[in-house]
Design a protein around this ligand. Structure first.
Ligand SMILES: NC(=O)c1ccc[n+]([C@@H]2O[C@H](COP(=O)([O-])OP(=O)(O)OC[C@H]3O[C@@H](n4cnc5c(N)ncnc54)[C@H](O)[C@@H]3O)[C@@H](O)[C@H]2O)c1
Length: 253
C-alpha cells in the first residue's frame, strides 16, 4: 500500500469547505498529505477535524476561483504558508443552475463558465506553475468534471452546467500532454450523483436518481474520495490525461 501514501506531500483543494471538495481534502489528509483549501465560504466543521484526526497541517483561504486576482492572492498566501510546496491540486469548486436552455440568461451562463471553466483552468495553471517552480517529482492535478460531461442530466435542466463540465473533461488531456515533460500528471474525476450541498436542496431529484443508477444508490462524498487519493498518489503513476468516472454505473446503464 506504500504507493498510495501521500506522506510528506502538499495538496490544495478548491471548493474544499464542504461536499466533494471536503471529502477529497479528508482523503488526501488521511493518506498523509498536508492540505489547504480555497473557498468562498468558511469551512464546515469536518475541515477542522482533519488536522486533529490525521496530524497533518491544514490551512483555509477565502478565494473566489472565478477571479484571477483572488486566485493569485490565494496562491501567494498559500506559497508563503507552505514554503513553496505543492504536489497535488484538485480544482473542485463548481456551481450548478437548474434553468431551461431557452431561458438561460447570459449572466447565469457566464457565472457557471467563470467558476466551472475559468476557475478550474486558472487554478490548474497556477498550480502547475508552482509545481514547475518547486520541481516536485510527485505532481498530480485532478480536475473535477462530472457525469454531466457525458450525458444530459435527465431530471435537471442543466445545459450550461453540462457544457462547462464537458470543457473540464476536454481540457484535461491537452493540459496533461503539455505538462508531461515536467513530470506532472493531469487527470479528471467525473462523479455521478452525490448527496452534497449542491444536490440536497432537491430531495425529489435525489429520490428519482436512484432509478437511474445501476447500483440503486446516490453516492455520499466519501464514496468518491478513494479515486482522488488514487489519482494523487504513485499508485496511478502510469495514468495521465484520463477521466475516472465514479458514478455507480449511471453512464453505463
Ligand atoms: N454533487 C454532485 O452530484 C456532483 C456530481 C458531479 C460533479 N460534481 C462536482 O463536484 C464539485 C463539488 O460539488 P459539490 O457537489 O460538492 O457541491 P457543493 O456546493 O457542496 O460544493 C461546492 C463548493 O465550491 C465552493 N465554491 C462555489 N463557487 C466558488 C468560487 N467562485 N470560488 C471558490 N469556491 C467556490 C462552494 O462554496 C462549495 O464549498 C463541483 O465541481 C461539482 O460540479 C458534483
Amino acid at each position: 500500500m506504500s504507493r498510495f501514501s501521500l506522506k510528506g506531500r502538499t495538496a490544495l483543494v478548491t471548493g474544499g469547505a464542504r461536499g466533494c471538495g471536503l471529502a477529497f481534502a479528508e482523503g488526501l489528509a488521511e493518506a498523509g498529505a498536508d492540505v489547504a483549501i480555497f473557498d468562498i465560504i468558511p469551512p464546515t466543521e469536518g475541515f477542522f477535524e482533519i488536522e486533529k484526526i490525521h496530524g497533518v497541517k491544514t490551512r483555509h483561504y477565502v478565494v473566489d476561483v472565478s477571479s484571477i486576482s483572488s486566485l493569485e492572492e490565494g496562491f501567494r498566501a498559500f506559497k508563503e504558508d507552505f514554503n513553496g510546496a505543492l504536489d497535488i491540486c484538485v480544482p473542485c469548486a463548481g456551481v450548478n443552475k437548474n434553468v431551461a436552455f431557452l431561458d438561460t440568461p447570459p449572466e447565469e451562463f457566464e457565472r457557471l463558465v467563470g467558476v466551472n471553466i475559468r476557475g478550474v483552468y486558472y487554478t490548474a495553471q497556477l498550480a502547475a506553475r508552482a509545481m514547475v517552480a518547486n520541481k516536485t517529482i510527485h505532481g498530480s492535478i485532478i480536475l473535477v468534471a462530472s457525469i454531466a460531461s457525458y450525458m444530459a442530466i435527465r431530471s435537471q435542466l442543466s445545459s450550461a452546467y453540462c457544457g462547462t463540465k464537458g470543457a473540464v473533461r476536454a481540457m484535461c488531456p491537452a493540459i496533461a500532454a503539455e505538462l508531461v515533460k515536467y513530470g506532472i500528471r493531469v487527470n479528471s474525476i467525473s462523479p455521478g450523483y452525490v448527496c452534497t450541498g449542491m444536490t440536497v436542496p432537491f430531495p425529489h431529484l435525489l429520490e428519482s436518481w436512484k432509478d437511474e443508477i445501476m447500483n440503486g444508490r446516490v453516492a455520499m462524498p466519501e464514496d468518491i474520495r478513494g479515486g482522488c487519493v488514487f489519482l494523487a498518489s504513485d499508485a496511478s503513476s502510469y495514468m495521465t490525461g484520463q477521466d475516472l468516472c465514479i458514478d455507480g454505473g449511471v453512464t453505463k446503464w
